[in-house]
Design a protein around this ligand. Structure first.
Ligand SMILES: Nc1ncnc2c1ncn2[C@@H]1O[C@H](COP(=O)(O)OP(=O)(O)OP(=O)(O)O)[C@@H](O)[C@H]1O
Ligand SMILES: [Mg+2]
Length: 273
């Protein structure tokens, strides 16, 4: 599945004293099989942007195309199932008496047999490492456990595109690493992931492409090395890129490493190690 935003603008509370222009002429595609990271400062429009991918928010100008078709002509229920969105801080949305029931909600509504539901729910709980929490009440879980349960609930719909709005915020490093592993595995299976993140180091580890938003507009879009080396002296670049950029002044052989592994390999080359 390919989603394309064409010149999308979004204005909140248009025409009132509280009007906010949140997106300005955003053109962007999400290609099937990629991990696309959306980065940018607080209030730059990231959450607003991703809610356009399944028309939870409608553009006030421009349009959204899904496989070339205007998304407004598609069934909203189908669209929200195939483009699964996990909200920023989704913990509040857990509602069923147990984690299992919560995650089973969508597969049941999709008409899966009871055996199919069991298989689906068991699979996603295992994938997110929370099988042991299946019978717990969502409100009794820790913040990070709730986050994973909320992601499981969306994955259980079997979406073509998984959209995660700051999924790792506030998670401990080991849990964060596990979640990045889930994202990589989904991509390796041909899935598509849109990841909103403030954590540039994690973006450096998993993204195939990066979109940088500033004040509601796309200011840079491309491969991680293209986007990050264009801003390598600023805090908008991951630590790996900032380090390598400094070394490049004296060592042209450093190249443009982005991930930790690539940066370490470049450092070893410089050190002759
Ligand atoms: N429901 C709303 N009504 C009015 N203005 C809103 C609404 N939601 C967001 N905004 C405004 O739109 C702009 C973009 O907000 P958005 O939540 O998309 O930013 P963000 O990049 O996700 O920020 P953060 O990194 O803090 O999550 C901000 O100025 C915000 O105040
Ligand atoms: Mg946000």
């Amino acid at each position: 599945m390919r989603i394309e935003l064409r010149e999308v603008g979004h204005v909140y509370a248009s025409g009132t004293a509280l009007e906010v222009v949140a997106l300005r002429g955003v053109s962007l595609s999400v290609e099937g099989g990629e991990v696309l990271a959306i980065v940018g400062g607080t209030g730059s429009g990231k959450s607003t942007l991703v809610q356009h991918l399944n028309l939870l928010l409608e553009p006030t100008s421009g349009k959204v195309l899904v496989d070339g078709v205007d998304a407004r002509s598609l069934d909203r229920g189908d669209l929200r199932r195939s483009v699964g969105l996990v909200f920023q801080a989704p913990e509040a949305a857990l509602f069923a008496p147990t984690v299992w029931e919560d995650v089973a909600f969508a597969p049941r509504r999709m008409g899966l047999s009871e055996g199919g539901v069991r298989e689906r729910v068991g699979g996603v709980l295992g994938r997110l490492g929370i099988g042991h929490l299946a019978q717990r009440a969502p409100h009794s879980l820790s913040g990070g456990e709730k986050r994973r349960a909320a992601i499981a609930g969306v994955l259980a719909m079997g979406p073509d595109v998984l959209v995660l709005d700051e999924p790792t915020a506030g998670l401990d490093p080991a849990t964060r690493e596990e979640l990045l592993g889930v994202i990589r595995a989904l991509r390796d299976e041909g899935g598509t992931v849109v990841l909103v993140s403030h954590d540039l180091d994690e973006v450096a580890e998993v993204a195939d492409r990066v979109c940088l938003l500033e004040n509601g507009a796309v200011t840079s879009l491309g491969k991680p090395e293209e986007v990050f080396y264009a801003v390598s002296a600023s805090p908008m670049a991951p630590a790996t890129v900032r380090t390598a950029a400094l070394l490049r002044d004296d060592h042209s052989g450093v190249g443009r490493p982005v991930s930790f592994g690539e940066t370490l390999a470049a450092l070893k080359t410089v050190l002759g190690a």
